[in-house]
Design a binder for this molecule. Sequence first.
Ligand SMILES: [Zn+2]
Length: 346
Amino acid sequence: MDNIFFDHPKLIEYISSNDYSEAARLLLREQLKVWKDLDSAYTSLKSVQLKSFQYNGFVIKVQHNPGRVKSSTAKVDEKSIKERKCFLCPENLYNEQQALKYGNDFLILVNPFPILTEHYTIPHVNHIPQRIREWFGSMLLLSKDMQRDVLIYNGPKCGASAPDHLHFQAGSKFFMPLDDEFHSLKNEYGEIIVDDDKITVAGIDDGLRKFISVETNDIAAAEFVFKILFESYLKVSPDEIEPMMNILVLYEPQKEEGEFFGWRIIIFLRNKHRSSHYFRDGEDRILLSPAAVDLGGLCILPFKNDFEKITKNDITEIFKEVSIGKEQFEFIKADIKKSLSGNSFI
Ligand SMILES: [Zn+2]
């Protein structure tokens, strides 16, 4: 393995101020200069076709992105995974690919198949399975150090194309419609589970997606709530090591005195990896494999035909099918509320 670590005279300035968003952008700019396929991928992203469907209070965009065929159709069963070389292990990176070190555990890489205008993959340095429970705190710290970006986690059965290698993704904030729409969605469709001066937890069902949101500037409180949520969710997912979820985290810096600053965490609760549309034959098939970015309101369709034919009704059906059922969602919200009430952590 050659030296894969990115180095640049400007890097030290960004690293010493913990500004990994800037450091990652520097990496992207430098990689684009020397990596031809990467440059083509980011150039094509500028001209991808988009269309939007308007819902009551939110929008779902659809992006036709041919570069994502491999990832949308990734075989993630145990046998296929064992037979392929892991593309996130340092020894298997592309020849041109360089890595920015983040602490002792993670590498920040440029994503060679971008969806977002700046798009990074953040694998663990070791080949360990995709599991969030132990690493949720690391995700929060990463997001605080990458304040221009949103951090993304896809569960091993919810869209991660490498379920055998722990990784996050990160990319430009406000590229997914949900980044902007969150507050109005919470007001319109949210049920407050906990709200005090330290933390706000809500359950949101907008008719398509069901998610729990957590807003706080207290990392210990966020981790505590996540643990409670994980345990409640396990109660209705008895066969899973990790209940099915996708997570988006962004860190809002303090702008004005008295205004909220801290983490905004969105946890989508899932029922299925892919909807029935994915498995249909011929013309009826729609190759949409929903992960965090899709649920954030930016659906990725690798095939032009699907992009052209997909309707608002298809999107509604697909999202409903892959999201957790109403009864389970009600149970989880009530169970979190019960566990948190009277708790001394707040
Ligand atoms: Zn690996």
